[in-house]
Ligand binder design. Structure first.
Ligand SMILES: [Zn+2]
Length: 190
């Protein structure tokens, strides 16, 4: 087993069961027997109390990810890719991997794009790529800060933002007690 395949860190587990997420959000395929997929989570951060609240979490298989991405406009897709290529700073991830340091807290300590420390973010998104029951420590896991999400949102066409928000509303209907604050940010699927 290549060294960069590691147990899926608990922070990426199903927040209700505490176990790894088993199924693709969209096609319901079972993921833990060798499928390639992505886990994404969005959190609200309260640095003063050292706590976080989950906004949403899901796992999505590669073929469903492709079909979601295909709903985005070509311009948005290109703008997002260019933004990531130009701004992503993978040096820290690669250094940790070279040092065989698979402490997920270090991988998620600051924004992949802006370097903003996690504790300074009011919201952030987490991403990890997985294969079966293992996480692939390579480009992921990474954290995207609120300010980087805002920058990405500004690059997107209205049609793409609508498609992303539709995806969110279909899959994550807001609980009744959810503060409107949690909904004011456009959903960005990275
Ligand atoms: Zn799927």
């Amino acid at each position: 087993m290549p060294q960069n395949l590691q147990e899926i860190p608990a922070i990426f587990h199903n927040s209700e069961t505490g176990a790894p997420i088993e199924r693709c959000l969209m096609c319901d395929t079972y993921l833990l027997d060798d499928k390639e997929y992505i886990i994404e989570k969005a959190m609200v951060n309260y640095p003063n109390t050292g706590t976080t609240d989950l906004i949403w979490e899901f796992a999505i298989c590669m073929s469903c990810m492709d079909s979601v991405m295909n709903e985005y406009s070509k311009e948005s897709h290109q703008a997002m890719n260019e933004y990531f290529m130009d701004n992503m700073n993978l040096a820290r991830q690669y250094k940790l991997a070279r040092e065989n340091n698979f402490d997920v807290n270090e991988w998620l300590a600051s924004c992949l794009i802006t370097g903003k420390p996690k504790d300074d973010c009011s919201q952030f998104q987490l991403t990890v790529q997985c294969k079966g029951d293992k996480a692939i420590f390579d480009r992921t896991p990474f954290l995207i800060s609120d300010e980087a999400m805002d920058a990405v949102t500004e690059l997107l066409s209205n049609a793409t933002i609508d498609a992303m928000n539709k995806f969110r509303d279909e899959h994550f209907p807001p609980p009744e007690d959810l503060s409107p604050l949690f909904r004011d940010r456009d959903f960005v699927l990275i």
